[in-house]
Design a binder for this molecule. Sequence first.
Ligand code: 0A1
Ligand code: ZN
Length: 876
Amino acid sequence: MRTETPPTVRLEDYRPSDHLIDRVELDVRLDPHDTRVTARLAIRPNPAGRPGAPLVLDGDDLRLLALDLDGQPLAPAAFRVAPSALTLPEPPGRPFTLTIETRIDPSANTKLMGLYRSNGVYCTQCEADGFRRITYFLDRPDVMAVYTTRIEAEEAQAPVLLGNGNPVESGRIEGTGRHFAVWHDPHPKPAYLFALVGGCLDRVAKSFDTREGRTVELAVHVEPGKAERAAYALDAVERSMVWDERAFGRAYDLDVFNVVAVSDFNMGAMENKGLNIFNDKFVLASPETATDADYAAIEAIIAHEYFHNWSGNRVTCRDWFQLCLKEGLTVFRDQEFSSDMRSRDVHRIGEVRTLRARQFPEDAGPLAHPVRPRQYAEINNFYTATVYEKGAEIVRMLRTLVGESAFRAGMDRYFSDNDGRAATVEDFLVAFEAESGRDLARFAEWYERPGTPRVAVTGTYDAAERTYRLDFRQTRPGAGDDAPPLVIPVRLGLVGPDGPLGEATCPQVEDGVFVLDAFEAALTFDDVTAPPVPSLFRGFSAPVRVDMAMDDADRLTLLRHDSDGFNRWEAAQRVAARLMIGALRGAATDAGADAFAAALGAFLDARALDDPAFAALVLALPSENDLADEIGAEIDPDAICSARRALRVRIGASLNPRLRALRDALAEPAGTPFSPDAASAGRRSLRSAALDLIAAADPADGTALARAQIAAATNMTDRLAGLSTLALLPGSAREAEFAAFAECYVDEPLVLDKWFAIQATIPEDGTIERVRRLQTHPAFAMTNPNRVRALVGSFALANPTQFNRADGAGFALTAETVLALDRTNPQVAARLMTAFGSWRRLEPVRRAAAESALRRILATPGLSRDVTDIAGRSLA
Ligand code: 0A1
Ligand code: ZN
């Protein structure tokens, strides 16, 4: 560990590699502490590189054992070696083979990058730059090679040996207790997509025929004894394959597709070619251990990693600045998949909630960056909501602009023109320009600057002319004063007192979309027979903040009558947010809250049973973090929490009989088998949303109902919802249920994560002590990223009142954890640090406390590059 001022990598400095590697033959002899890797690399000068340039292979924490060039040991004067690079100052100016033997210790690899052991299973994580921890290499995505991998291990320790591509050969090495497997991947790939796995694993499998006539063996591998929990993931793999063939014409291209679940993993999952490696949280599911949200996340992440096979693997990124090219596009693809599997409106609302909860605050704080960043000190810190989620929104806007059919044709062209290549954002846009005939040069600006745009809108009705005029004005906070206007697709329509005003027309609106491409623009609708309510940014057609003065009554008209599901939900959210923010500024009235409750009641009467999932979202008021984001400055989380609680109490009281009736109507008849499908999940979510509001207004009743729900629960969704409701109701019942839960799931780490998380998010003063106590619980481990995220991550990112305590105790707890973790796993430590991302928007006392915690972190000797980067940018 060393303190370093991280060198900055800049997009403008990109140049092609001076050398290329065409073929890699790896021989990996696995051993818990002394793994030997022999890499035979077929290297040649790159015609596009500098002639005669030295060969500098990347390394990280490696020990070199032997080095040959074309079969001859290299003289010591012919190379230089360090743990972080292997240099041949004068490599041959012709193709040659370099054979490198290195030694690594997978058991000591606590960073979980490169080759490591998770619960005894050997596995790898190479994105973004982990391959250099396995062997010296040109570890950059534009160096693409064909890999053959021989894996050898003690058979008792690792009976299953998996690699990229197709299996070629396997066998025992007689008399040694060892065995081997050889895998060959015919598709050239960058090193970040390399993977291997060795361990004791059970599996579920099935075969799948692609529409191109290839029979593929699909398999999901999990820890012994957990195979039946892998069935849902396997089914999701198959559904993903079918969907990508139909929706994007993309078929799978190998004979096997393996998914492996491991328990120690820094991120969600990884799309290694033919061998996706997953955090087990996103594979394992049974009704007793996984919630509906878990099932949905498994489906989405299985799909995401699978879809990368084309968007990321067949077509990869030229450099890490283009990360959104694979990630934004693949998120868009997995969102579309989930929307097709589930309810599109409900899914869209979920996508926007995530974007607003994670990306908007990032874009408004010190860690803001463009979707295509122009520089980085540590690339692993750029797997962000901006690159992923805002990146996906850009693809969605592109589809809105060019239309469905040109979009699909553009995707086909992008894949075929760039197949087997490392591409750029420009390569992506060119494909859509060619298919749509539209100049996308100005649209490309979306990739270039940070900040969430604002669009201010005013509407004017002219009764005499029967016209309605909308004036738009866009601004780009955070993007710089010279930022040009963005091309913003505004999907919109007008709504009257009884429903959408279909007859109103406007020449600039085509297929319901107006393209705002100047700082200011106006629209006029004709034939508007009554004062309308505008429904703007339907389906959240652009990732912007919309400022429009509109009274609650008009918004509630939208809740009732808009044809757009997203905007119906949005209308209720806006009213709720206005009421809560008004209350904390002393400007809201009880009458406003009561009118809102009445409107919600009418809405529930009319629609709740038709679409329970949607109704549950309407009842879930904007979160404390949503409100903080909207307030934007001088934030007092305690005041926000009280204002939100007060509105929930009022609504809960006013709707109590209805909510109880709804719960009864939605109760499942005894003996109904559990199904994770969207409709069943929707009914469960509305029942629990109702419980939550009942409990807010009547804690005694809420406690009784929550306990009854827990006692009667036949699945984790209902049980956990009961426990979450109880978590907000201090008292002995809560503690008794917490204790009973822990006892019941003592051997289920993923379930205990939920228990850690619920307790870490209790908005009470005692939570700090509770979290400290839980850090010493036998089930907690700083070495496991899921445990850390469940306990400390939930505290720092999802408990605004306690993380932001005015006495600084929340910041101190988080800072201590970050510093302790940084010694073993800097990547996860750096992620935890992002909780400080909104510190400048706090009121002065909290702001000062956060700043001093940040300064303390930054001043700590021996800090990793990962944490130095986040702390440094947070304070800049
Ligand atoms: N590419 C993966 C996410 C991922 C990124 C980085 C990792 O290590 C630093 C690991 C996984 C995905 O998008 O799913
Ligand atoms: Zn991805």
